[in-house]
Design a protein around this ligand. Structure first.
Ligand code: SAM
Ligand code: SF4
Length: 317
């Protein structure tokens, strides 16, 4: 479907839980979040009906996210059913990778084609610090499990944080020489929950290019990342700059939260509730949300925080 700004909206990110087995400092409060009641959250059937409604309006790509989607007990069933919704051509998951050793195989089997795995650092101490409780070795095991299952595409995502991991840009980029995966650097977004970070933490993605002078530009592949490759590398380097160079004019996505709110823009407070609606009601509400998708998300930086009204674990990234 085309929105009122003329953008074709064909990509939905669906969060299946707000809960997580990590507590990343840029995403979630240390104490976790107040668990909402079962009745407030979408059921598996409602999620699938929402995917069907969205597909009937032209959504072709679906990304399952969270919180951490792999802690959801019925994640394999959700993915199996979502993959078989007519119109859905590509099913992807964003995960921290911790549970991939046991789930990569079943997810691949039911039709998940692509994985994005978060990896902010290669240092076990720093991983423990940023995630507040995670073990780097578990995430690395998860990445190897994913590589072994032969997903069509695996991308690693690092949130770029000045003074934390900017010194690791070459080491993270080096992974693309050894493994067939893309390494993407994402600018830190000023969400409500990440007030730990001062202005120096917000560094632009161009820092990556300063540290990788040998990277050669590649043609874009339809996504929001600017792409580069190190000489001879198997995978690409991607730069995603929501803060320093927003890509709102090319934005093709909507987001559905685990409590059933459709967000046409990540950084706007606008939400359209799908909870409790019948099939026709869901189609109507999704159509309304897409049509009214804001033209851009407004200034974002350390001083101008996101107006989303949620932390990232309650949206899905
Ligand atoms: N738990 C999964 C994971 O970590 O990949 C999926 C959910 S997580 C909210 C989705 C993505 O959002 C992750 O890649 C994470 O790094 C990113 N993210 C979270 N908070 C962010 C922030 N403040 N700025 C930029 N990216 C953020
Ligand atoms: Fe959990 Fe992902 Fe947020 Fe980290 S970024 S706290 S893994 S939802």
């Amino acid at each position: 479907m085309i929105d009122q700004c003329g953008r074709e909206i064909n990509y939905m990110r669906m969060s299946v839980t707000e809960l997580c087995n990590l507590r990343c400092r840029y995403c979630m409060p240390a104490e976790g979040i107040v668990k909402k009641s079962h009745d407030e959250m979408l059921t598996e059937d409602e999620m699938i009906r929402a995917v069907q409604a969205a597909a009937s309006l032209g959504i072709r790509k679906l990304r399952i996210t969270g919180g951490e989607p792999l802690i959801k007990k019925n994640i394999v069933s959700i993915c199996r059913r979502a993959a078989s919704v007519p119109g859905i051509e590509e099913l992807c998951i964003t995960t921290n990778g911790i549970l991939l050793p046991s789930l990569a195989g079943p997810l691949r089997e039911v039709g998940v084609k692509r994985l994005n795995i978060s990896l902010d650092t290669l240092d076990p101490e720093k991983y423990r610090y940023i995630s507040r409780c995670g073990e780097l070795s578990q995430a690395i095991d998860g990445i190897h499990a994913a590589l072994a299952e032969g997903f069509e595409k695996i991308k690693l995502n690092a949130v770029l944080i000045g003074g934390f991991n900017d010194d690791e840009i070459p080491a993270l980029a080096e992974l693309t020489r050894r493994y067939p995966l893309d390494m993407r650097f994402i600018e830190l977004m000023p969400m409500d929950g990440n007030r730990d970070f001062g202005p120096d933490a917000y560094i632009p993605c161009t820092t990556v290019l300063d540290k990788l002078p040998e990277a050669v530009s590649e043609a874009a592949d339809g996504g929001v990342a600017r792409l580069y490759r190190l000489p001879g590398a198997l995978g690409r380097i991607g730069l995603i700059s929501p803060v320093s160079a927003h890509f709102c004019a090319a934005c093709n996505r909507i987001r559905l939260t685990a409590d059933g709110k459709l967000k046409p823009c990540l950084h706007s407070g606008d939400e359209y509730s799908l909870k409790g609606l019948d099939d026709a009601g869901m189609v109507r509400e999704i159509e309304r949300a897409i049509w009214r998708k804001p033209s851009w998300h407004g200034e974002l930086d350390a001083a101008n925080r996101s107006r989303s009204g949620r932390n990232m674990n309650q949206i899905g990234g």
